[in-house]
Design a binder for this molecule. Structure first.
Ligand SMILES: Nc1ncnc2c1ncn2[C@@H]1O[C@H](COP(=O)(O)OP(=O)(O)O)[C@@H](O)[C@H]1O
Ligand SMILES: [Mg+2]
Length: 291
């Protein structure tokens, strides 16, 4: 039995979608830094180390902090190699889970394809965040849409994956998984497509049991900070380098609202109820320890 079944385990937030390029790694990194800056102890876990975006992003951040110092908060990063057999992968993942004890939050990034390790990890999540592009191709991963009636016919393979993960978790420890879909890279234009995708998602949400968070817009700022390991949350560092813009303010609001949608405040209060501390996800600081 690993430590996630014991008191004091972190809230596990997993970024998943069996489709690449939807923003899993980008949003995982942004959320990790947002939560670090709000005073949480954050561990990050890369299950997509073949691509390695999350590992390189956190590595670039650590390298920047080592080079220039400043108030650059870092997560404790773990990598689970995909080159193992499924059994070895599960063993390795369990070892990492043991090391997560004592952290407030663990953020897991997964590959955009099916794998035994990723299945296994999904069943350990408290919250699964699935970013999708605002496109019918991305909706197709979640549910099959009738082309004539333009209504949802049935859940697709990734929805079935989550359903199985929910069953496995319920069997193992009796608790549930909160599934949140977030529309990423939303365009300011194409209002008709946006409305259509929105109404299909609302329809699917009821059928297969997820919540829809407010969307994240397409912004250059989400792409250009990777090499320094920054996110839009690193206001002081960005200011120093003359990289602050109005776009950051809007982006920070989007991320803040995603963090609020995850329901972490109540989750942490429930998990660490004996302490009864308070975390201000809207931008304040953490008051008191959570462990
Ligand atoms: N909101 C956004 N605005 C602009 N570009 C984005 C946004 N989110 C992600 N990207 C870009 O989209 C691409 C895919 O993102 P990534 O996080 O690597 O996706 P995934 O991990 O799902 O494969 C990257 O080039 C990334 O910089
Ligand atoms: Mg990725």
């Amino acid at each position: 039995m690993n430590k996630l079944s014991a008191v004091g385990h972190p809230t596990v937030i997993l970024f998943g979608n069996e489709k690449g390029g939807t923003g899993k790694s980008t949003l995982a990194m942004h959320l990790a830094v947002l939560l670090l800056n709000r005073g949480f102890m954050v561990a990050t876990v890369d299950l997509d180390s073949r691509q390695g975006t999350f590992t390189r992003y956190t590595g670039n951040r650590a390298a920047y902090a080592a080079r220039y110092g400043g108030n650059i908060l870092l997560s404790t990063h773990h990598i689970v190699s995909p080159s193992m057999t499924p059994e070895e992968g599960k063993l390795e993942f369990n070892k990492v889970l043991d090391e997560l004890a004592g952290y407030d939050i663990a953020i897991i990034d997964t590959p955009g394809h099916d794998s035994a390790l990723s299945h296994f990890a999904h069943s350990y999540a408290d919250v699964i965040v699935t970013p999708i592009n605002d496109s019918l191709i991305d909706i197709d991963v979640l549910g099959v849409v009738d082309p004539i009636k333009q209504t949802v016919l049935r859940p697709s393979h990734y929805a079935e994956r989550i359903w199985k993960a929910r069953q496995e978790k319920a069997r193992r420890c009796g608790s549930s998984i909160d599934w949140i879909v977030v529309r990423n890279r939303m365009s300011q234009l194409h209002a008709r497509n946006k409305r259509f995708v929105g109404s299909l998602l609302d329809n699917l949400a009821k059928r297969i049991g997820f919540r829809v968070a407010d969307g994240i817009a397409e912004r250059v700022i989400y792409r250009e900070l990777f090499l320094d390991g920054f996110t839009v949350e690193d206001i002081a560092a960005l200011n120093e380098r003359g990289k602050l813009s109005v776009s950051h303010i809007a982006a920070r609001q989007e991320l803040s609202s995603l963090a609020m949608a995850l329901g972490l405040q109540s989750r942490l209060e429930k998990a660490h109820g004996s302490f009864g501390g308070k975390v201000d996800l809207e931008g304040g600081t953490r008051i008191g320890p959570f462990k």
